[in-house]
Design a protein around this ligand. Structure first.
Ligand code: FES
Length: 580
């Protein structure tokens, strides 16, 4: 199968700006020529945007201007005109209150930039966590030909002979300090070892998960996700992506052709097989919302339930993205799923053919990194969606990162009203808590934080850690870093700040988690719950002005992707009017 929806040559969208001799056409071309562009570059060839999330404030994407040059080479070679432009870059490691608050802002930036400019197609340069979904969401809403290329992960971190995984090691070392197993001086020594090359997090965190999702959705060329940022093959990938987008424009291959229900189902299964981030749940729901695919939390549970986690990467396993690349990367995983009957083999990709065509001959070069099914990290990977009177619209848990002995647990709630309350109390030796308790945190959802921070993997109390305990059941409406681990129930919906039942949990209430039965239950009678909810008042005021007000007024629940209500669906590429 080779996709071709339109004949070539034909008049493209950019022709409206550049393709004539009127005053306006001269106006549009003349200003572009101040960059030294020869006249024949405006001869009707595809004009390709390179939508760049480069920023020195987003260190994971700080090398993307170099990659953009490689993309340009490919575009010129294939007969297109490349034009690079910046968009809001959501740097996970620095943005406050949380990068997630700006995902939708970045998506709006991308959408408006694509629609308002004379672009026939776009290459999305992505990397750090939210940059990937933001650009996919914006491009999906405009629906011009689009293809992503990721910046690639950092090289392995090494510290005193051991692998240092981005994020995962940070959480682990910080727990070791609290438990007295590591000194502050050693922690500072490890700092440089954590991030030793350009690129995004080297664990199977959110950035690597979303890069893998992009590949599984068919929105990037096969093999894109795992190539390290500094490997010469990353530049080759960028170069080939530049060539490919020109052909996509000629063939009129758009996101709506690729982002089908089958593509999302493939991605959900790949996420299970790689032990991917729970953040992928929110982002895929949001992307699906932009193209009108009715994806739900239940799809995540149903499709991921029987997918074994076979990629042995931190935080669920042992290795890092560099080794995943050497082992064969995402194509090997997709091939495995195909052989197990868990893949829509005919799903179309940006390559213009079926996903199976690219992966059917993929070779696994290291069976300790990409495991055989009989040695899977967990037989039931994916994302478990639990529901009950504590989470009527659902909550998620990542089984591959959880402790088997806590998957069915009943415990006494120890409640933190918000993240500040948690920070105030957690190290207090008089806090009435032990390892059998269930830690509950409220008001960290999309509206409550605002932005839904990655604080759901609350660190354990020092007095519990000192006993050698490393995991407890934790429940919140927050997210968790894809690099984190533990028996952590996240994204409880509706969130506390929106009046979900999480808001009325009190210290001493009993909570039951049963992952196998997909149940999350607050052991209170319906009347007691109703009475407490009736007495509840919202703890969070909507911000008075600015983007925070827009966000808090329009953000939707995590169970539907936390997109803005007014951004759902596509708005197409038509420009309402031209003012010149
Ligand atoms: Fe940017 Fe992890 S902080 S990818």
């Amino acid at each position: 199968m080779t996709f071709r929806k339109a004949d070539w040559p034909r008049k493209l969208r950019s022709h409206e700006w550049y393709g004539g001799s009127s005053r306006d056409h001269i106006y549009h071309r003349s200003w572009m020529k101040n960059q030294g562009l020869p006249d024949d570059l405006f001869d009707g060839r595809p004009v390709i945007g390179i939508c760049n999330t480069w920023s020195e404030l987003t260190p994971c994407n700080a090398h993307l201007r170099d990659l953009a040059q490689r993309v340009k080479h490919g575009i010129y070679e294939a007969g297109g005109l490349p034009v690079e432009f910046p968009v809001f870059s959501t740097g996970e490691s620095s943005l406050r209150p949380t990068a997630m608050m700006y995902r939708n802002l970045a998506a709006m930036d991308v959408e408006e930039a694509l629609r308002a400019n004379p672009l026939d197609g776009v290459v999305l340069l992505v990397g750090c966590d939210k940059t990937t979904p933001a650009l996919l969401m914006g491009a999906a809403s405009v629906d011009i030909p689009a293809i992503a290329v990721s910046g690639g992960p950092m090289l392995n971190g090494w510290f005193r002979g051991g692998r240092v995984g981005s994020g995962t090691a940070l959480w682990q070392m910080s727990e070791d300090i609290k438990a007295g197993r590591m000194t502050r001086a050693d922690f500072l020594d490890a700092e440089q070892a954590m991030s030793r090359s350009p690129g995004s997090c080297n664990t199977m965190g959110t950035a690597s998960s979303m890069a893998s999702m992009t590949e599984a959705l068919g929105m990037a060329l096969s093999g894109n996700a795992a190539i390290p940022a500094v490997d010469s093959r990353r530049r080759v990938m960028a170069h080939l992506t530049g060539r490919r987008i020109v052909e996509m424009v000629k063939d009129d291959l758009k996101p709506s052709d690729v982002l089908t229900r089958e593509a999302f189902e493939n991605a959900i299964r790949v996420n299970g097989a790689i032990g991917g981030s729970t953040n992928a749940v929110i982002h895929l729901l949001a992307i699906a919302g932009r193209v009108g695919v009715d994806l739900t939390l239940d799809d995540w549970d149903r499709l991921g339930r029987d997918v074994p986690t076979i990629v042995n990467l931190m935080p669920s396993g042992k290795y890092l993205m560099e080794e995943f690349f050497y082992a064969g990367g995402v194509p090997v995983v997709i091939r495995r799923l195909g052989e197990a009957g868990l893949l829509h083999k005919n799903a179309l990709t940006v390559a213009g053919h079926a996903i199976w065509d690219d992966v059917k001959d993929a070779v696994n070069w290291n069976e300790d990194v990409i495991l055989p099914v009989d040695r899977a990290l967990t037989r039931h990977g994916g994302v478990a969606v639990v529901k009950g009177n504590l989470a009527p619209r659902g909550a998620v848990l990542k089984p591959s990162a959880a402790s088997p002995h806590l998957m069915k647990h009943r415990g006494r709630a120890v409640v933190f009203e918000d993240i500040d309350d948690y920070k105030r109390k957690i190290a207090d030796e008089t806090l009435d808590i032990d390892e059998t308790c269930v830690m509950v945190m409220k008001n960290c959802g999309p509206r409550g934080y605002p932005g839904m921070a990655e604080v759901g993997n609350m660190g354990l109390p020092p007095k519990v850690l000192r006993k050698g305990i490393t995991d407890m059941v934790r429940i919140s409406d927050a997210r968790m870093s894809g690099t984190a681990y533990g028996t952590v129930v996240l994204h409880v919906s509706p969130e506390a700040a929106a009046g979900g039942p999480l808001a009325i949990v009190e210290d001493g209430d009993m909570i039951e988690l049963d992952v196998e039965a997909r149940r999350l239950h607050l052991d209170l009678g319906d009347e007691e719950i109703a009475a407490r909810l009736a007495a509840w008042t919202p703890p969070v005021d909507v911000a008075e002005s600015g983007y925070a007000r827009l966000f808090m007024t329009h953000v939707q629940g995590a169970d539907t992707g936390a997109d803005f209500d007014f951004l759902k669906g596509g708005r197409g590429k038509a420009v309402p009017r031209d003012s010149h």
